[in-house]
Structures are given as C-alpha cells and as structure tokens.
Design a protein around this ligand. Sequence first.
Ligand SMILES: NC(=O)c1ccc[n+]([C@@H]2O[C@H](COP(=O)([O-])OP(=O)(O)OC[C@H]3O[C@@H](n4cnc5c(N)ncnc54)[C@H](OP(=O)(O)O)[C@@H]3O)[C@@H](O)[C@H]2O)c1
Ligand SMILES: [Zn+2]
Length: 375
Amino acid sequence: MPHPYVLLSAAVSLDGYLDDTGPDRLLLSGPADFDRVDEVRASVDAILIGAGTIRADNPRLLVNSEARRAARVAAGKPPYPLKVTVSGSGELDPDANFWHTGGEKVVYTTDKGAERARESGLAADVVPLGPALDWRRLLEHLRSVYGVERLMVEGGGRIHTQLLQQGLADEVQLVLAPLFVGDPDAPRLFGPGAYQSGRLRLLETRRIEDVVLMRYEPTAPGTGLTATSADHHWLALACELAAECPPSRTAFSVGAVVVAADGTELARGHSREGGDPVVHAEEAALAKIAPDDPRLATATVYTSLEPCTHRASRPAPCARLILDAGVERVVTAWREPDTFVAGADGTGTLTAAGVDVVVLGEYEERATAPNHHLA
Ligand SMILES: NC(=O)c1ccc[n+]([C@@H]2O[C@H](COP(=O)([O-])OP(=O)(O)OC[C@H]3O[C@@H](n4cnc5c(N)ncnc54)[C@H](OP(=O)(O)O)[C@@H]3O)[C@@H](O)[C@H]2O)c1
Ligand SMILES: [Zn+2]
C-alpha cells in the first residue's frame, strides 16, 4: 500500500530542544522562516501534529498567505491542507484552536482513545487504528481515504522520533536557532532509540535571517523486499549513470551503485567506463571496493538492469560477482530482455542463492532510455 511523501519539519535550539518549559511557546525562528513554513504548508495535502503539541501550543496550523490559498484553490485543492492529529488517550480539548480553524480535521487514535474522542464531540473524523497506534496503517489510510500525497509533520518530538525510527520519513527540514534552552526537562526533538534513517544525506542548507535551514534525506535501505524512499533515490541515480555510458551496438548501457546499510555510497560504475570496452556497471562498481570490506555483507547493489548471468567477454557474470562479494540485496529497474542472451534470469539466479532482489518497475523507462537503439 502506498504512503504519502512524509516531510518532517521542526525548529530546534543549539542544544537540541524544541521548546522550553515555560507556559508560552518558545519562538525559535523569525518572520522570514515562518513565511517559509507557510509556503511549505501551502505545498502539502495534510499537516500532522501530536496531541502533545495541541496541548502545549494550541496552534492553528493555517496557510496565512491569501495568495498561497488562492493558488491552492486555482489548482483544484481546498484552501487549507487537511489537519491531522495523533492521540493514544483520545483526551483532546474540543475548544482547542486546532478544531476551529483551517482545513478539515482527522484524529488517528487507538480503539480506546476513539471512544473518548467521540464522547468529547470533536469537530473531526475520528479513526481508530486498533489497540495501539500503527504508523504504517495511519499513512496508508491518509493516502487511500483522504488522497494525501504529501504530508508535512510539524512535531512534536515524540512524533518525529517514531517516524524516523521506523524508517517512514522521506525528508527532514530542520531549522537551527542560535540560542540555548539548557533545561533538561524541556522537550527534545529526537529521543533515544534505534533509528532506521542511516546517515542522512544533506540536500540543502539555507541561511534565513539568523537561523539555518538544513534539509536532509534519510538514506538507509530497509531490509527484505520492501522498497524504501532511499531505494528510489539510489535506483534513480543508477539510471542516471546508465545514460553516461559510451554508446555500443553490442551491449547494454547500465549504471550501478553499491550502498552500505548506513546509507554510505561505497562505489558506483557504468558500462564501458574508463576506456574498458567490455566492463559491466556492477563489475566496475564492485572492483572499486576492497573484497574484504565488512560493509559488503549488508550493502545493497542498485543496478538499472538486472545483473547478467552469462557473458562472453569475461569469465564471471555480474550475478556471480555479487554473490562472491557477499552482497545480499539487489534493487533493479529492468529485467533483462532476450536481446543478447536468451532466457537471461539474473533475478532468478540471485534469489535462488538467497539474495533479496527488488524490481522497481516504475524505473524501467529510465533504465531502457539509453538502450532504445538496441531494440
Ligand atoms: N520547535 C518546533 O518545531 C516544535 C514543533 C512542534 C512541537 N514543539 C514542541 O514540542 C512539545 C510537544 O512535543 P511532545 O513530544 O510532548 O508531543 P507530540 O509529539 O506533539 O505529541 C505526543 C502525543 O501524541 C500521541 N502519540 C504519539 N505517538 C503515539 C503512539 N505511538 N501511540 C499513541 N499515541 C501517540 C500521544 O497523545 P496522548 O497523550 O493523547 O495519548 C502523545 O502524548 C511542545 O512543547 C511543543 O512546543 C515544537
Ligand atoms: Zn553484467
């Protein structure tokens, strides 16, 4: 089931706090950054915050710019994004601003919480997700029932922490404010636990008055047969590399990237690179990694075309090289056609040897584009 694109947005102090412990919300950034947040809100289908943030800050979560609301309406969207909150207890104040401003509202909660939330007569849809809150179900529901394709998450810390730890965030937009909170009882942005986000990739830094916006993308590939947002990123890169191959009438143009479990790129390659007229993409990439590199066992090979199983030009086909390297996961865009080898089945060979192979067919067009002259 598809999920929306999940964008986490937060501002923190230099010592990593989201707020202080005072009764009023701590202002971490200034007008220019609030306007940037307004722009991001206008670009999404829904905004989510935790029940803790409703209690602490009583926010409205509006798109303040009239021009941005008008642009949404002109694009056939409602003027304000859907407002979403998450509560286990269902204890929500029906007088909070959240329910009385902006777009439509929905509360995701537990079966128990739903009873309570309904009793208090909230002006919102109340959706129970079972005995405990299940983030995957929540995201699937938002996509399938409310048509949410882009979700902005505005905190608090408990929400951000869970989404990153469960590998469900696609982007983090973090604003660092030049002040200290210094109170250990204040809420932190990210709590303890096991994060599935790998070493995040820095997409952008931007100075906004005296704060800095950092945009990150989590990178760690998930395990098994489920594709993560990182898989999409790396496979798209492999397809881009395929376009860099010197053209050939007798061989495919393929790109490959080898990525460690923590999201570090170990090597990349493409067909016929470096003046070698017969080298394959996966072969070229793997040759750049020491065979005893301990990261290979948990790495993923991304390749625009599935690894080959027969080749005349070299003794070992790429499926063999991958097995010899000890790599246990491959993500590819395109199953090999019968152009040069009848019945090629790299995916079958690898799967039979215990490798997880994920085929993301939506990238097939990008993978085949540099090979159209062979058809
Ligand atoms: N600087 C910023 O960018 C920013 C942004 C937002 C918030 N904040 C600050 O963050 C603070 C609030 O953060 P917070 O961590 O306390 O609250 P929060 O993350 O907003 O909300 C936590 C609440 O969400 C519900 N919840 C979350 N995960 C759940 C799960 N797995 N199962 C069931 N319920 C779940 C629970 O509601 P119930 O209690 O109803 O069960 C929980 O108490 C405030 O001080 C606010 O000012 C700062
Ligand atoms: Zn090959």
